[in-house]
Ligand binder design. Structure first.
Ligand code: BES
Ligand code: ZN
Ligand code: ZN
Length: 497
């Protein structure tokens, strides 16, 4: 997706997009930019019948001498109940109509957005992101020709050359689009293609492209280092497990404590010996969405080059049943030295994460750790599939991450981590069990991980079992992989001090 700006006099555009609140068509009509460029629209029936009702979408064809060919008019509903979520939904309707009209490029007049909000930079940013997001396609395995009609370009129409805040919006889009697309491609691609090794190769190529340091720990090295939990999970697969570490370190920050992002990278989760039911098991190819979000974040960090040190850790393995696979009842010695009794081999995410977290702590002594994982189906039951569960060892940090996410359209909701939950993972023979008794499944996942984080280090655990994958399109997400987490992680990197 290409995004650029344009002063209309210079060039003809394909599809122009305009908006109005219900009962506020006058505001659009009186807008200076509209008066200058769009009066022809008021001659059409589309204009007459358009009321601005929520998600009402009309289109009109322009006269041949206008600077656009087509115009899409979209209703925002009542101003009082407008929200970003509504904005995403309206933009989704617009994208659908533009596609029907075979629009290849879509033009949005920034001066008209002021009728939505005086300072409309966030409105514009989310519009551009939503159109990009909704236009995402994964055609790698389609051998027959795809029907045409994809939007490949967005043009921000301006009265004059853009200034600081607008340039920031355009620069933001340049930073974020590639990494989100990469994450979605990795998540969508099947597990026979995206093995731990392939993922690791891609991560290393991202590092090389942006001057990040990269380390790949092989399964054998992990074993030698004593990462018994990670290796136990990886062992059941013919595909070798890998742990990839990418580091961004600006000059002069070598001694700074980094922010560390740790993402679950199970390239396929069969459940192992505690095997999952067959129904929907194909979806478990997306069990590496946490690692993909971390890779996307590291790529975006490599592009943005912020003035702080950031580390991304991606433990990658396939969870398979096999003669060599780990079993329920096994006791594992983790990298931290603590022992874990395996009750379910399907609670594998926390096992690869606990070693990755302990490695982050030991190697980098981070200023802050966020882990992100498709960890528990229980999180979808608790919060639905558009919302990530968030837990941590400091309530103010949890709240801060929640707010940063809200700013960029990613929803996080806190769950408690009271000490008493720890009783549920007490083991008779080891330091802890890897699961509880089905109660509070999402919280228990976090309680387990908390055992590997020293109290001094601020930490959050993010469960994206819901929002990593959209079963049907929601808000500005297409069906399938969403790339959830990257945008919030970028906000954390920018805001952290
Ligand atoms: N990868 C799954 C969790 C999951 C389920 C992610 C649905 C996305 C959609 C995870 O490894 C798992 O199997 N968790 C178990 C935990 C249980 C054994 C404590 C679960 O959710 O049932
Ligand atoms: Zn599992
Ligand atoms: Zn899993």
């Amino acid at each position: 997706m290409k995004i650029r700006w344009l002063v209309p006099e210079y060039e003809r555009c394909d599809v122009l997009v305009l908006f109005a609140f219900e009962g506020e068509k006058d505001r659009l009509y009186e807008n200076r930019w509209f008066q200058k460029h769009c009066l022809w629209l008021t001659e059409s029936y589309a204009w007459d019948y358009f009321k601005g009702k929520n998600k009402q979408v009309f289109h009109a064809f322009a006269p041949r001498d206008a600077f656009v060919e087509k115009c899409v008019l979209a209703g925002l509903g009542k101003r009082e109940v407008f929200s970003m979520d509504r904005w995403y939904e309206v933009v989704a309707e617009v994208v659908q109509r533009v596609t029907q009209l075979e629009g290849k490029s879509l033009a949005i007049p920034f001066p008209v957005l002021s009728i939505i909000k005086e300072s409309a930079h966030d409105i514009l940013r989310e519009f551009l992101y939503a159109v990009f997001s909704l236009s995402y396609k994964f055609n790698r395995y389609k051998t027959a020709e795809e029907p045409a009609g994809e939007i490949s370009e967005q043009i921000v129409l301006l009265e004059e050359e853009p200034g600081g805040a607008l340039l920031d919006v355009l620069a933001y889009m340049d930073t974020i689009m590639g990494p989100v697309k990469r994450a979605r491609d990795l998540i969508t691609a099947p597990s026979n293609e995206i093995t731990p090794e392939r993922f690791a190769l891609e991560a290393v190529s991202v590092a090389e492209a942006h001057g990040l340091k990269s380390i790949v720990i092989s399964q054998k090295e992990a074993e030698e280092k004593g990462m018994g939990a990670f290796v136990a999970v990886a062992r059941g697969s013919q595909k070798e497990g890998k742990i990839v570490i990418l580091e961004y370190c600006p000059r002069g920050c070598e001694n700074e404590k980094p922010i560390a992002f740790v993402g679950k990278g199970i390239t396929f989760d069969t459940g192992g010996i505690s095997i999952k039911p067959a129904q929907n098991m194909e979806l478990m190819k997306h069990d590496m969405a946490g690692a993909a979000a971390v890779l996307g974040t590291m790529e975006a960090v490599g592009i943005l080059k912020p003035p702080r040190r950031v580390v991304g850790i991606m433990p990658l393995a396939e969870n398979m049943p096999d003669g060599r696979a780990y079993r329920p009842g096994d006791v594992l010695k983790t990298y931290s030295g603590k022992t874990v009794e395996v009750i379910s081999t399907d609670a594998e995410g926390r096992l690869i994460l606990c070693d990755a977290l302990a490695y982050a702590v030991k190697t980098y002594s981070p200023a802050f750790i966020a882990d992100i994982a498709t960890l528990t189906g229980a999180c979808i039951i608790a919060l639905g599939d558009r919302v990530a569960g968030i837990m941590g060892n400091r309530q103010d940090v949890v709240e801060r991450v929640r707010q940063l996410g809200e700013k960029v359209g990613e929803k996080f909701w806190p769950l408690p981590l009271w000490d008493f939950y720890g009783e549920d993972i007490k083991s008779d023979i080891a330091d802890m069990k890897n699961v509880g008794n089905r109660k509070a499944g999402t919280i228990i996942g976090a309680v387990f991980l908390k055992q590997f984080i020293p109290d001094e280090i601020p930490w959050v655990h993010i469960d994206i079992a819901g929002p990593a994958w959209a079963e049907k399109p929601w808000f500005h997400m297409p069906k399938g992989a969403t790339g959830f987490g990257i945008r919030t992680f970028m906000e954390i990197v920018k805001a952290w001090d």
